[in-house]
Write a protein that binds this ligand. Structure first.
Ligand SMILES: NC(=O)c1ccc[n+]([C@@H]2O[C@H](COP(=O)([O-])OP(=O)(O)OC[C@H]3O[C@@H](n4cnc5c(N)ncnc54)[C@H](OP(=O)(O)O)[C@@H]3O)[C@@H](O)[C@H]2O)c1
Length: 319
């Protein structure tokens, strides 16, 4: 069978013929229909993800949509494995599969589940989120941030602030449910002032953070120091690191306000709990009108597609 194969962390995967995977135990073989190129897939393929073992060769892809031998359409997430989803067939654990209703578009589901899962799991599993609470999405112009705006509203957020850089994608977020947008693209002091004021006026309870690094280094003090009620709990959920992997945390941030820093991702939520959320999330996405800019691309073009600049869309390899 054919698959995308990474043989060096310095080079993009190539479309190659490899041996078909052998299922073990209760595992199922699925014919892959669609597998998306999420940031997490890239970081596994270049060896930079914190779960990377350094082993090669590997077939990239952490999830996808496929058909089992009995003809069922399923969404699956894979365990950490060298046999990913960017292949004609892969092997899945049935406990990490969820049946999809007939008629759903495999490309849309493959594109949407990973970015949607990031905020769904964070709000449902990492904090005691209460309907009516106020949420700020930091990095709202990416695919996960755009989903987070909509999912926060769906889960009952009373007020959602969307903060991001790209002006066109930021402008779309009000129609998707954001009560206020804040541009991160301006002069830093002005951005700090607007972000801090917006967060204070909305008495933000939760920040869903896809940026970290330099962006969060400014955003935390901008918000904490302008907070009228510093004793009000503020849960800051670190989910992505588009603006940097590291942050320096001055002690005063944690003493001068009731700030709680938590993370949400693979490891901080047990896999069985993530798997248990999949049916409800898949059903919700299948039944809703989420828009995601998914670009179906033949898997055979994996090598040339991999290195194209990220223009905001989610590439989905179709087999
Ligand atoms: N922990 C989890 O469960 C989980 C799950 C899914 C994703 N993630 C992580 O979440 C992050 C976002 O994923 P995604 O799917 O949304 O990726 P994406 O669609 O590629 O979007 C990333 C966005 O980040 C923004 N960005 C990059 N650098 C920035 C900076 N310095 N300041 C402000 N914005 C910046 C860009 O927005 P502009 O165009 O506006 O510049 C870009 O659209 C990634 O780090 C990913 O690994 C985590």
């Amino acid at each position: 069978m054919f698959a995308a194969v990474v043989r060096s962390f310095e080079n993009p995967p190539r479309y190659e013929e490899i041996a078909a995977p052998e299922p073990a135990g209760d595992d199922l073989v699925v014919d892959v229909l669609a597998a998306a190129l999420h940031p997490r897939v890239r970081s596994s393929a270049d060896g930079s993800h914190y779960e990377s073992t350094g082993e090669l060769p590997l077939v990239p892809g952490i999830d996808g949509v496929g058909r089992t031998a009995d003809g069922s359409l399923v969404y699956f997430i894979l365990a950490d494995t060298l046999m990913g989803s960017m292949a004609e067939r892969t092997v899945v654990d049935p406990r990490r599969c969820v049946a999809l209703p007939d008629g759903v578009d495999p490309v849309t589901i493959a594109a949407a589940m990973n970015p949607a899962m990031s905020s769904w799991i964070a709000l449902r599993k990492r904090i005691a989120f209460q309907p009516g609470q106020s949420v700020l999405v930091l990095g709202a112009t990416g695919n996960a941030g755009r989903m987070a705006v909509q999912i926060a509203k769906h889960l009952g957020a009373g007020h959602v602030i969307a903060a991001g850089r790209d002006p066109e994608r930021l402008a779309e977020l009000e129609a998707l449910g954001a009560d206020r947008v804040v541009s991160l693209g301006g002069e830093p002091e002005a951005v700090d002032a607007e972000l801090g004021a917006a967060a204070d006026e909305a008495s933000v309870d939760v920040v869903i953070d896809y940026l970290w690094g330099a962006a969060t280094q400014r955003a935390i003090p901008a918000i904490v120091t302008r907070r009228s009620d510093r004793g009000r709990p503020l849960a800051w959920i670190e989910i992505g690191s588009m603006a940097g992997l590291e942050l320096t945390v001055p002690s005063e941030w944690l003493r001068a306000a009731r700030l709680q820093l938590v993370g949400s991702g693979q490891g901080s939520v047990p896999t069985r709990e993530i798997a248990a959320e999949l049916p409800a999330l898949a059903e919700h996405i299948s039944a809703s009108d989420y828009t995601i800019d998914a670009v179906p691309t033949p898997l055979r073009d994996v090598q040339s597609t991999w290195t194209k600049p990220n223009s905001g869309e989610r590439i989905v390899f179709v087999v």
